[in-house]
Design a protein around this ligand. Structure first.
Ligand code: E4P
Length: 217
């Protein structure tokens, strides 16, 4: 499973990159607003730090303008994935950008049928939002299961990018189901490293080692 960071904050991205476990970044207009700074400069800096795909979201709602935005975003760097919404115009734009060899992340997916359409439009990534699904009383992970089944039935190579992740259990469940990518806030990624028994065990080993008086180096 690939790990993407869901943020436009460069300091968080650098910290996550330093772990050696970061495979990409997703941004959206709300995350760009939260990070502050110029859109193009921010995306360009992120794309220079991260080796993998960096999603830059379009904001037009009609196909022609969205395509122009997508082509402009794609020029920021070779690893930019253009994000388009799951609408008729979004999927038309997806198809056109894919024909140019540009990576496309189709976002705001809330149903398996929508994910099927995105795969047919040649999307590189489909972003089903699990947390927002949970928020309105549905089980977001059932959506991931359905998409996995459908994509496997037909051999689609669109990657399932599990989005709107709120806690480590979302990551665990997405990995069990076979989501290809989990995009998460840095706060959630950091939590994946932690276990109280790891801390307790390490503490005991270090105390015993100190009592031996040995030194490794
Ligand atoms: C990422 O691509 C999505 O835009 C993001 O995960 C949405 O997360 P949220 O529901 O926490 O805003």
């Amino acid at each position: 499973m690939k790990f993407f960071l869901d943020t436009a904050k460069i300091d968080e991205i650098k910290e996550a990159h330093d772990t050696g476990l970061l495979d990409g970044v997703t941004t959206n207009p709300s995350l760009v607003k939260k990070a502050g700074g110029d859109f193009f400069e921010t995306l360009s800096e992120i794309a220079s730090v991260v080796d993998g795909p960096v999603s830059a979201e379009t904001v037009a709602t009609d196909h022609e303008t969205m395509l122009q935005e997508g082509l402009k975003c794609a020029k920021i760097a070779d690893n930019i994935a253009v994000k388009v919404p799951l609408t008729v115009d979004g999927l038309k734009t997806c198809k056109a950008l894919r024909a140019e060899g540009i990576m496309v992340n189709v976002t705001l997916c809330f149903s398996a049928n929508q994910a099927l359409l995105a795969a047919k439009a040649g999307a590189t990534f489909i972003s089903p939002f699990v947390g927002r699904h949970d928020d309105v009383g549905f089980n977001g992970m059932e959506l991931i299961e359905d998409i996995r089944t459908i994509y496997d039935n037909y051999g689609f190579d669109t990657e399932i990018l599990v989005a709107s992740i709120r806690h480590p259990v979302h990551v665990l469940e997405a990995a069990r189901i076979g989501g290809d990518v989990a995009t998460m806030p840095w706060d959630v990624m950091k939590k994946l490293f932690n276990h109280p028994l790891t801390d307790k065990g390490l503490d005991a080993f270090l105390k015993d080692w100190a009592a031996t008086g040995f030194s490794i180096l």
